[in-house]
Design a protein around this ligand. Structure first.
Ligand code: LRH
Ligand code: MN
Ligand code: MN
Length: 388
């Protein structure tokens, strides 16, 4: 069995990007529960995200969603982030909250509407130029509800053309990541339902276009780690949106529903070279905290990712290779499970302390008074959240 001290240096390579929208109010279509102290603007969202990094050392970047995080001066937002000890990360486009996009955005038959959606992505690239962000993340709500509603082939062709125009606007150091999802808000078909469609579209574009894998966007029972393996093998895994789910796109705390699945995904990430300083794969969270407190919710998530990363790093690869080559089914399986069942929490607490971080970030946050402080000071004003 690999020893924790052997893998400890690799833990310092972990960098997770937090979603700005996790800090605003969110809910389901039944109810959005308001929380005291929730940010009133993008600057306050960044300040809250920075608390997570301050206490865990794991989350140096914050992803933006446009127009939710639209500000007059993105340079000022980037400077504010730097003052708080973090940086701005991925820019997410949003073509799912405008009446014009009811029947589609970059796949729309109406040239005016399609151009509007393409222009929105150009605007996002302008934002990236100001913030210094590398990645433009595109998730499309485009799809249909009924068989025969539209010509799915024509939509795919328009998607390809729109993506080409967006791709051609990217700078040399910028990337486009295309996120897939098999349902919702469209229920019969979506225009980018699966990794294969995303892969086909981004492969046609070129080397700066990659696939984004949101762990909540698959049919129940899907072997997600197999997809991770395949995309890494093909050199096209650009980023993750981590969250967990019991039923649909639940956007729950990472590792809450199925820690073993998170472990299996991270084993393939490490096996395929997708982890660490040499990798370009972006580890993002995409979560909505509907009933739990936002900042500790994010702290819990990044700690869960770290914990499963440590366990995945503990897999004794040499012993596993030997067992696999010998056809030792139970031996190989046992080696993987030994790593999964290793409780790394005490070792991680020590590792944190050795780096000047609190041994227990959840407790440190509770004792910091930050939550009470924002609840008292952020009174009034428009609260910014998912959909604001
Ligand atoms: C779509 C999605 C996508 C959006 C985010 C708010 O379900 O996962 O990443 O940008 O939720
Ligand atoms: Mn997502
Ligand atoms: Mn989602």
């Amino acid at each position: 069995m690999t020893d924790f001290s052997d893998i400890a240096p690799r833990l310092a390579e972990q960098a997770i990007e937090l979603p700005s929208w996790a800090f605003g109010n969110s809910g389901t279509r039944f109810k959005v529960f308001a929380q005291p102290g929730v940010p009133r603007d993008p600057f306050e969202k960044i300040s809250d995200a920075a608390q997570v990094h301050k206490l865990t050392g794991l989350a140096p970047k914050v992803a933006l969603h446009i127009p939710w995080d639209k500000v007059d001066d993105f340079g000022a937002l980037a400077r504010h982030a730097a003052d708080e000890g973090v940086a701005l990360g991925t820019v997410n486009s949003n073509t799912f909250q405008d009446d014009d996009y009811k029947l589609g955005s970059v796949t729309h038959r109406d040239d005016r509407i399609r151009q509007k959606a393409i222009d929105h992505h150009f605007e996002c690239i302008d934002v990236m130029n100001e913030t210094g962000s590398r990645d433009l993340k595109i998730w499309l709500a485009d799809g249909t509800n009924y068989p025969g509603q539209d010509d799915v082939r024509g939509r795919q062709d328009r998607l390809a053309d729109s993506l080409r125009q967006i791709y051609d606007r990217l700078g040399d150091d910028q990337r486009l990541v295309l996120e897939y999802k098999f349902f919702e808000p469209a229920f019969y078909h979506t225009d980018v339902p699966d990794w294969g469609t995303s892969y086909a579209q981004v492969s046609a574009l070129g080397p700066k276009a990659m696939v984004c894998l949101d762990t909540g966007h698959h049919a129940p029972g899907t072997n997600i780690e197999f997809i991770v393996m395949q995309l890494l093998r093909l050199g096209k895994l650009g980023s993750f949106d981590f969250n967990s789910r019991f039923y649909a796109d639940d956007d729950l705390i990472v590792g809450a529903a199925d820690p073993f699945q998170l472990f299996r995904i991270l084993v393939e990430v490490i096996r395929g070279g997708g982890y660490g300083a040499d990798s370009d794969v972006a580890f993002m969270l995409d979560q909505c905290h509907n009933v739990e407190d936002k900042i500790p919710g994010q702290i819990r998530s990044v700690l869960n990712v770290q914990e499963m990363t440590a366990r995945a790093l503990l897999v004794d690869r040499a012993a596993l290779d030997t067992a696999q080559a010998a056809g030792d089914v139970l031996g190989a399986h046992g080696i993987l499970m030994d790593a999964f069942y290793t409780d790394v929490r005490p070792a991680l607490a020590e590792w944190r302390e050795s780096r000047g971080l609190p041994a227990d970030p959840m407790r440190a946050y509770a004792e910091s008074g930050y939550g009470a402080g924002i609840a008292a000071s952020r009174v009034g004003g428009e609260q910014a959240g998912w959909g604001a």
